[in-house]
Design a protein around this ligand. Structure first.
Ligand code: ZN
Length: 332
């Protein structure tokens, strides 16, 4: 089992290994369990009142390698005893067939399927259901705070390389402490979502009352090609989160945060949907009011305010799906 945990990621995607669930006392301090392929739970042994329950997911998009490499190393270091744990932890490697093929998804974007009543025929639907079940079981007995950081890397470069999406809270207050944590991870651009979605982080936030974020840690690169120096701060803070009972964070006033809220959600309705900026335009590039951003049969989409910026543009999405978000600066 120790061998498995030294490289749980490759164990999870190795076709020559027939996967089996396991659970065992890892050492005097830690109990380990793998209830589902690509899912691993560590629990501190003994009675730790008010321990946190923390989910770290990666590989929800199969080609977003850096977060998987970070989590795989965290797992290895917990297994070897190098990294102590003070909280219950769940690691998830999301879309295993897509990770094997080094592609974003096989049939459908997994991160649009985290809805409790999801139905569909794609390969990804049963995986989304199974992961929701796992997260639900994990959070069920949590008496302390719950956390879910869903770790990604973006397809395109970003003017603000690291950024996080804060799911819509339906009137609950945003947590400044969480933004301090993000900032100390090197994630200083925060996007406040303004509506219900079917992302993994929204699922944990909405249905399990977790502090949850979709965290974009940089640009997509192949396994082995990530410069791990780009992720030092995030890695350090995740280790801090895992090992220490309490987090020590920079003061909110000292965090160089830039906060945005969504202004327009632009869905593709026709096959001729077209973006009016170049393919390699960085996320968070901003425009003057009146700039034509996208068009399709019967519709034109303009920047409505000065400083309105584009995020996640993708004219190749399926019809009916989101092709572009626009955001504007705001205060918490
Ligand atoms: Zn992603």
């Amino acid at each position: 089992m120790l061998l498995t945990l030294q490289n749980f990621l490759s164990h999870s995607v190795d076709e020559s290994i027939k996967w089996q669930s396991f659970s065992a006392q890892l050492n005097a301090d830690v109990y380990v369990e793998s209830p589902l392929e690509g899912v691993l739970i560590f629990r501190p042994t003994g009675n730790l009142p008010q321990q946190k329950h923390i989910v770290l997911s990666s590989g929800i998009h199969g080609n977003e390698t850096a977060p998987m490499e970070i989590c795989n190393q965290l797992i290895a270091d917990i297994a070897s005893g190098k990294l102590k744990i003070s909280h219950a932890l769940m690691f998830i490697f999301g879309n295993l067939p897509a990770i094997k093929q080094q592609t974003r998804f096989i049939e459908e974007n997994l991160n649009r399927l985290f809805a409790p009543n999801i139905e569909g025929d794609s390969l990804e639907v049963p995986r989304a259901k199974a992961l929701m079940q796992q997260v639900s079981a994990f959070f069920k007995d949590a008496t302390g705070e719950r956390y879910h950081y869903d770790l990604h890397t973006a397809i395109r470069a970003s003017k603000n390389e690291k950024f996080a999406v804060y799911p819509h809270l339906h009137g609950k207050a945003h947590s400044k402490t969480e933004l301090q944590f993000m900032s100390d991870c090197g994630v200083n651009t925060i996007l406040l979502s303004q509506s219900a979605t079917t992302t993994f982080s929204y699922y944990s936030s909405r249905y399990h009352d977790a502090h949850a974020f979709t965290v974009e840690l940089g640009k997509v690169k192949a396994f082995g090609q990530n410069n791990m120096n780009d992720f030092v701060q995030a890695d350090k803070m995740l280790r801090h989160l895992i090992a220490d009972r309490e987090l020590t964070l920079s003061a909110y006033e000292d965090c160089p945060l830039e906060i945005y809220k969504v202004n327009q959600v632009i869905n593709k309705h026709h096959a001729d949907f077209k973006l009016h900026f170049s393919e390699d335009t960085a996320n968070f590039t901003d425009y003057c009011a009146g700039t034509l951003l996208a068009s399709e049969s019967g519709a034109k989409y303009y920047a409505q305010q000065d400083g309105e910026a584009i995020v996640f543009p993708n004219e190749n999405v399926a019809i009916g799906q989101r092709a572009l978000l626009t955001v504007v600066p705001c205060e918490l």
